[in-house]
Design a protein around this ligand. Structure first.
Ligand code: MLT
Length: 276
């Protein structure tokens, strides 16, 4: 499905009926990252996975960094388009950075948070520099530069041995994206806000879920983040790396279902008809 949202042609996939859960993919993936979650949506929940602007089938008009704030506004634009007042927001890695922007800018639209393989801190000066260099290389040499530099770090050591098909699937997700939006997304991540001070303002149910073997964002960062959010629950998945929802979908889906089934009832209507 697709629609024009905030001037971009945004595409999304969805499955299930009921209370909305918006799945926000990481970098440099697209909505296909969530195939194992969408196909197993718990009863009573509707999963919606957008391709963020510039990724998958979504366009990214203009130039300049693809910021987390723009992605957050796009997700809310999509929710408006679908008549959704509030949703559980589940973001993985860059998707978590977007979830923080969403909470900061549109907190009444967020029912609960699932923060997967992500961190609240902004980039260090060194990380920013690395992004700038990678962005230049991607523009000159193509998407394969980012695939080859990231792929070895994305999965637990054990995944290529036990689930080689996951390696192929992760590679295909990355290869589906074009160099220009990848470079713009690198700039967008480098310029994102530090969300560490936001943690203490999060007053909604939050599940932090992280791979024990994550090399991109070490689990210590997730533990620190979870400690900063009142009442947050943290789950560490053994034998899973950064793309934990694909490496161990059964455990990820079980934890997600438990979390969703136990959410406090909200007085907010989950859907509303926008006045036009
Ligand atoms: C992601 O998976 O979204 C990225 O690895 C996040 C990052 O590069 O900071």
């Amino acid at each position: 499905m697709n629609a024009t949202i905030n001037g971009a042609e945004l595409s999304w996939q969805e499955n299930g009926e009921g209370d909305p859960v918006v799945f926000i993919h990481g970098f440099p993936f697209h909505s296909g990252l969530w195939a194992d979650q969408l196909s197993a949506m718990p009863a009573g929940f509707r999963g919606i996975a957008p391709d963020l602007r510039g990724f998958g089938e979504s366009s990214a008009p203009g130039r300049g960094p693809l910021t987390m704030d723009q992605h957050a506004d796009d997700v809310v634009g999509l929710m408006d388009h679908l008549g959704i007042r509030q949703a559980v927001i589940c973001g993985l890695s860059m998707g978590g950075y977007v979830a923080f922007s969403l909470f900061r800018r549109h907190r009444s639209r967020v029912r609960a948070l699932v923060l997967a393989a992500t961190r609240s801190a902004a980039d260090s000066a060194e990380a920013k520099q690395g992004r700038t260099e990678l962005a230049k290389k991607v523009l000159n040499e193509g998407t394969s530069v980012v695939v080859e530099s990231m792929l070895p770090k994305l999965l637990s050591d054990i995944t290529p041995k036990t689930k080689p098909e996951v390696v192929d699937a992760v590679r295909a997700l990355m290869e589906a994206n074009n160099p220009e939006p990848i470079a713009r997304a690198l700039e967008g991540m480098a310029s994102r806000d530090d969300s560490s001070d936001l943690l203490r303002e999060i007053d909604i149910s939050t599940l932090v879920i992280h791979g024990e073997d994550d090399l991109v964002i070490p689990k210590g960062e997730a533990q620190l983040m979870a400690r900063g959010i009142r009442g947050a629950r943290i789950e560490l998945l053994e034998r899973a790396g950064h793309v934990l929802n694909m490496e161990d979908p059964a455990t990820f889906n079980r934890l997600l279902k438990e979390f969703l089934d136990n959410l406090p009832l909200t007085f907010e209507l989950t859907t509303f008809q926008l006045e036009r």
